[in-house]
Design a protein around this ligand. Structure first.
Ligand SMILES: Cc1ncc(COP(=O)(O)O)c(C=O)c1O
Length: 408
């Protein structure tokens, strides 16, 4: 059976490296060409030029302060944890659903992790599970605004204040998402974004952090940006003495990556609005299909870039879901299983790591049962929707879902 899908762009197979529709377009090519032909430097050590330009642009677009770019989101999170300067052996609480790099950089700061459950509908950290996991060892919480849905920041920030815990926001999935009108990235002590190729704003590879606290910013500079930038921006005399070497790590963003991100930044708002229109329409059409539950978006939330679109067929067990997906794909819907599973299944979080770097401090505490994560994942699938898609295509996808779900 095939549904009459309108002619549209070919969708790359999920996970194919480098095949990100929309990332390389005429504007990006022209911007890179202009930069190279204009003799722009290919290494910027002091945060000026195109690096500073991107950082100011991000502050403006995302309503955040003290942006510092990094060579990846993982690097930005490493710089962020180093900046928090937590005692060795203390713990960071992280959601079991998300991406490992929200918390694995903490391993390299001598910290440990406690994984907690998520809300079964949104996949974001459960405030109740967070509260239950707090011990005297815990000094920090990292939330992930999962797939673009803001975490429950009102309650989570209140718990952090009550227990004197630092709060990190991983906003990699949530460019321009808001909670009760307040942008993500403005609730915590440090926020981090990835600009990896598949993110809403992309540099190919890259990342950045933002913090309201100038002391955290300066420590993050010292952590990953030695010499030029540390000499220029680290003012605390005790730390400024280290400026020549910093803490020995080098996490600069490549200037061409900054040029690519700046070109993308020009279209970020319009791209996000287009995506919201398409996915909002797909959700309302899917709600009419039996057995399909569109992704839950709470009433006080705006999804921003909506990193990945994941409806669920919760009534389908694994084998049935595979058959359902196969039938859906046969109609031309680019659906696939989500690639990243819960962290408690990963050996890094459940087995001793046979390397000295992790010895003594990295002993993940799994604060299960993870019923919320299991419920969120049941029957969950992912549909690739790109900038080049349109409303007619969303309607055709919804019709295909309806037909396949009633046929099964
Ligand atoms: C939620 C989240 N945090 C952090 C990262 C790490 O970012 P990067 O790949 O830029 O290091 C990713 C990347 O996929 C992510 O999805």
């Amino acid at each position: 059976m095939t549904i009459g899908l309108p002619a549209g762009p070919a969708h790359p197979a999920a996970g194919t490296p480098g095949t990100v529709p929309g990332l390389v377009n005429d504007d990006v090519v022209a911007a890179v060409r202009r930069y190279l032909e204009g003799g722009g430097p290919l290494s910027v050590a002091d945060g000026t030029g195109v690096i500073g330009e991107l950082e100011r642009r991000l502050e403006e677009l995302l309503s955040v302060r003290n942006v510092l770019t990094f060579s990846s989101g993982t690097g930005a999170l490493h710089g962020g944890y180093l900046a928090l300067d937590l005692p060795r052996g203390s713990e960071v609480i992280a959601p079991v659903l998300g991406f490992h790099a929200s918390v694995t950089p903490a391993l390299h700061c001598g910290l440990n992790v406690a994984l907690v459950d998520v809300d079964p509908e949104t996949g974001t950290m459960s405030p109740g599970a967070l509260r239950a996991a707090i011990t005297r060892q815990v000094r920090c919480v990292v939330v992930v605004h999962y797939l673009g849905h803001p975490a429950e920041m009102g309650e989570i920030a209140a718990i952090c204040r009550e227990h004197d815990l630092l709060l990190v926001e991983d906003c990699s999935h949530a460019y321009l998402s808001t909670l009760r009108g307040r942008p993500v990235g403005t609730f915590g002590d440090v926020a981090a974004w990835s600009m990896q190729a598949r993110k809403t704003l992309s540099a190919g590879e890259g990342g950045f952090l933002a913090t309201p606290d100038r002391a955290f910013f300066e420590r993050a500079v010292l952590a990953g940006h030695y010499r030029g930038r540390s000499h220029a921006q680290v003012t605390d005399p005790a730390l400024a003495r280290l400026a020549e070497t910093g803490l020995g790590l080098k996490y600069r963003l490549h200037p061409l990556a900054a040029v690519i991100a700046l070109a993308g930044a020009e279209k970020l708002q319009a791209g996000v609005e287009h995506r919201q229109r398409l996915l909002g329409r797909l959700s309302s059409r899917l709600a009419e299909a039996s057995r399909i539950v569109p992704p839950v978006v709470r009433a006080d939330v705006s999804m921003g870039g909506w990193f990945s679109y994941r409806p669920a067929a919760p009534g389908l067990a694994d084998a049935d879901l595979a058959r359902f997906l196969e039938a859906l794909r046969a109609t031309g819907v680019p659906a696939h299983l989500p690639e990243v599973g819960p962290l408690d299944a990963e050996p890094l979080f459940r087995e001793p790591v046979p390397l000295l770097a992790a010895t003594g401090t990295w002993r993940p505490r799994l604060c299960g049962p993870f019923d919320g994560a299991r419920a969120y994942q049941r029957g969950r699938l992912s549909v690739t929707v790109t900038d080049a898609d349109d409303e007619a295509r969303m309607d055709a996808y919804a019709a295909a879902f309806a037909t396949v779900s009633t046929a099964g």
